[in-house]
Design a protein around this ligand. Structure first.
Ligand code: F3S
Length: 294
């Protein structure tokens, strides 16, 4: 892309665009297992991206949603995705005798271990997060005693347990850090003794901060992500605040760039479920466009 460099024009792609460490590890593992052969099952979709899921389906990977789906199977590999599962589910899956490959993200596994250990000591577990999110359902299932889940200020106000029982608070990895602090403060104000383990993962925050920095210096900003992906929508919102010419696309086909020759920098970022291949395709389309305007 010599022409671009000479003219000072450039395409800047965020390093944190696309899969986080945990999702990349899980998706790579599924492809590695496919190579090894045999029936492959993922316990829930390994990622919320249609093109990856349909590619895996073509390779024979089946998604299962409960342990019952494995009944009667004599051979195969079951892959636990990065969100993790409850202890009960993991034990039931292992009891089938099928090969189990656990790709639970180490950051999520750390929460499972904390919850198991602290509940064992008699502490009440409080998870800050969305109760119906699979990650939270999994975390809940590692507590020895019923865990509470809190997502709003109202729920924090209404939470109750004996004041002499210590509370261990953990968080869903993708929860908003400011909201987390606020909810913990409410519990403290209400007189509870709290051991707070901030288990929010940096991946989302880093992706947002980097997008923000690139958008602030870009003439055009492109956010790649699924239509229904909330983290991609958030990225779009953040970028548009800094760069009015921000586009939200799913693949390179959606990108209809009209350049007038004055643009110097095109920035690119992508939501957590966007595969590298799609990011690279968009990147090369942008580079070609900029080059033609040099
Ligand atoms: Fe991803 Fe693991 Fe963080 S799955 S968002 S790196 S907790």
């Amino acid at each position: 892309m010599k022409g671009i460099v000479e003219s000072g024009k450039k395409v800047v792609t965020a390093k944190s665009a696309g899969f986080c460490f945990g999702v990349k590890r899980a998706v790579d593992t599924v492809y590695e297992e496919v190579e090894k052969g045999g029936p492959i099952f993922t316990y829930g979709p390994v990622i919320h991206n249609e093109s990856v899921i349909s590619d895996l389906e073509k390779k024979g990977v089946r998604i299962i949603h409960s342990v019952e789906d494995l009944e009667g199977l004599k051979e195969g590999t079951v892959i636990l995705r990065s969100h993790g599962v409850s202890r009960q589910e993991e034990e039931a899956i292992r009891a089938t005798g099928l090969k189990v490959v656990d790709t639970t993200c180490p950051f999520v596994k750390r929460i499972h271990n904390t919850v198991a250990r602290e509940s064992e000591k008699g502490r009440q577990i409080v998870i800050i997060g969305a109760a119906d999110h699979p990650e939270v359902e999994g975390i809940r299932g590692w507590s020895q005693t019923p865990a509470a889940v809190i997502a709003t200020e109202e729920e924090a106000e209404n939470f109750s347990c004996p004041r002499d029982r210590e509370i261990c608070v953990v968080s869903q990895t993708t929860f908003n850090a400011i909201k987390f602090e606020k909810l913990v403060a409410i519990l403290r104000q209400n007189g509870y003794t709290i051991i707070c383990v901030n288990t929010i993962c940096n991946a989302t925050h880093e992706r947002q901060t980097e997008a923000q920095e690139i958008a602030a210096h870009a003439d055009i900003m492109i956010v790649i992500g699924g239509k229904t992906s909330s983290n991609s929508a958030k990225l779009y919102e953040i970028c548009r605040e800094r760069c009015p010419k921000t586009f939200f696309i799913q693949t390179r086909e959606d990108l209809d760039l009209e350049l007038d020759g004055t643009e110097k920098v095109i920035g690119i970022t992508a939501g957590a479920s966007t595969p590298k291949r799609i990011i690279e395709e968009v990147q090369s389309k942008c580079q070609n466009k900029l080059l033609n305007k040099c």
